[in-house]
Design a protein. Structure first.
Length: 534
């Protein structure tokens, strides 16, 4: 039974006793200044009943107030640990801790306020509750941090101390409970090495404080993911040790007993050498899906491009071969000659970028794609894009119209059948796994996307590059620039080397605007070829 119900029961009991005592009191001579001894005795009993029940009610209310004070202290300590700013949402650990506070602590504040019938807090929280993150949001944030670890090789130890890519501590520090959440998230994704390392960090925290011996429930929550992940990565002896520790806490623990039998069986069926081989084999094979393209992750981590036959002999120049650009040439950087990939510098003003972001903000919806191209060109189901996007037509704003006109001048293609401008926002961990843009979407033409123009509407502190693994190129976001490439050969087949990806955002917020130009209507501007290699 919760505190609120108990308090109401005691309050009802208090009122019942008060009513009963008053009945007894009024059954005599009545309330006046000439009390008989019997009336005084009744009054004494009444006061005793009132004070006793009032004390009980106050204690129950105090428990609820103390619960709120405890939650307030946790929230205040998290907030006071660093200097807060609106940029906190652009830091992975700050975002995780913020969402965790709403999912765990502010939800409890709401429930306690409901039980207390605190009208002020109820009105305040009821108005805000629709904005509260959900447990799904928390789980997504955990997955985002795990993804950042895989792509950017961020260690559990550094993240625990609030350090990202060798930076000074950012003012955030995780606790054992956070580490276990990360461990369980990694375990759910079958990334057992990450799960093991995160659980080890949780154990280090408690061993250092010396409090783990006093908290059996905490010890159990740490030992379970340690045992599972250690077994899965081939550390059988370590797994056996962890389940034995669990059995010391509870000899009847079903999980520990089953784990003990599995460990003993695994040990009896192999010797030490085979166990080491197993661990090494698991280490090589227990990789995330991202690792099937190692060049992709290398390009995400480094500003260094890789030399290939596709990006030799490239140059930079100014382009003004159109009436619109004749007196205002655009700086062009060639990224690839075949297929054509170009980077246009400083073609959008700061003000125009902000206008696009502002008018899109109210229209943003979650963009998730479920088909992923694998190395053997097969398709795999699974979410591999995390962003929010909005669609803007030329009628929505003059900036959109200007970008459409500019796109036609820069590419020489007909935009009559181009799609609307898609504005997308990638927050911390936001990414787009390797894919092709040429896939057609449902529209009137049924034609694939011939070309892509990606306008960068923001800078990104760390991460967020657009990478072409087969070409060995990484283009990092620079506000005001635009990236253009051709998706299809002249014979209509896909330029397979246009496989590209949006690297996860580590720190910052990535805003882009995509203009996809369809193959329809390009007969004279990008004529077809019968050459199978053209």
């Amino acid at each position: 039974m919760n505190i609120g119900k108990i308090a109401m029961i005691w309050l009802s009991y208090l009122l019942f006793n008060l009513h009963l005592s008053l009945d007894l009191f009024h059954s005599g001579t009545g309330a006046n200044l000439s009390f008989a001894i019997s009336d005084v005795e009744k009054l004494i009993k009444l006061e005793t009943t009132l004070s006793r029940n009032l004390h009980r009610y106050v204690m129950l209310e105090r428990d609820k107030i103390q619960g709120l004070e405890h939650l307030l202290n946790i929230i205040a300590n998290d907030i006071d640990d660093h200097e807060r700013s609106n940029k906190d949402g652009e830091l992975p650990l700050a975002k995780f801790l913020l969402i965790k506070r709403f999912v765990q602590h502010w939800q409890k504040v709401y429930k306690i306020s409901m039980a207390k019938s605190n009208q002020f807090m109820l009105k305040l929280l009821a108005a805000a509750k629709r904005l509260f993150p959900s447990i799904d949001d928390l789980n997504y944030t955990i997955k985002s941090i795990l993804r950042l670890q895989e792509v950017y090789h961020l260690s559990e130890r550094d993240l625990y101390h609030g350090i990202i890519q060798g930076s000074n501590p950012l003012g955030f520090k995780l606790n054992w409970h956070d580490c276990i959440k990360m461990a369980n998230g990694a375990k759910d994704k079958k990334n057992y090495y990450r799960a093991y390392n995160w659980a080890i960090e949780a154990a280090k925290y408690w061993n250092k404080t010396g409090l783990i011996k006093q908290h059996e429930q905490v010890k159990r929550r740490i030992l379970q993911p340690l045992a599972i992940s250690a077994f899965q990565i081939g550390k059988i002896q370590d797994a056996l040790h962890y389940v034995q520790e669990l059995l010391k806490l509870d000899p009847n623990d079903k999980f520990a007993n089953e784990g003990y039998q599995k460990c003993k069986k695994a040990i009896s069926q192999s010797n030490g050498t085979e166990a080491n081989k197993m661990e090494n084999h698991v280490k090589r094979n227990l990789q995330t899906k991202l690792d099937y393209l190692p060049t992709y992750t290398k390009l995400c981590r480094s500003h260094k491009n890789y030399q290939t036959s596709l990006n030799n002999g490239l140059k930079c120049y100014y382009f003004n071969q159109s009436p619109l650009l004749h007196f205002n040439p655009v700086a062009v950087e060639e990224i690839s000659y075949s297929p054509v990939i170009r980077l246009y510098h400083d073609i959008i003003s700061h003000q125009e970028a902000e206008i696009l972001k502002n008018i899109s903000s109210k229209k943003l919806t979650v963009a998730r794609t479920f088909v992923q191209i694998m190395p053997n060109n097969s398709e795999a189901e699974g979410e591999y894009r995390f962003a929010k996007h909005a669609w803007l037509g030329d009628i929505d704003n003059q900036v959109v119209r200007r970008l459409s006109a500019l796109s036609e001048e820069l590419t020489g293609l007909d935009l009559s059948y181009a799609e609307k401008l898609q504005v997308a926002n990638y927050g911390v961990g936001g990414h787009y796994s390797p894919h092709y843009d040429s896939a057609s979407i449902d529209d009137d033409t049924g034609k694939p996307r011939l070309a892509t123009i990606m306008f960068y509407l923001s800078d990104v502190d760390i991460g967020g590059a657009t990478v072409f693994p087969d070409i060995g190129k990484a283009i990092f976001p620079r506000k005001g620039s635009a990236l253009y490439w051709i998706n299809l050969k002249r014979n209509g087949s896909i330029h397979t080397v246009t496989l590209h990806a949006g690297c996860p955002v580590v720190i910052g917020s990535k805003w882009i605007a995509n203009k996809w130009i369809k193959a329809a209507g390009q007969e004279f501007r990008y004529p077809c070829s019968l050459n199978p290699y053209d």
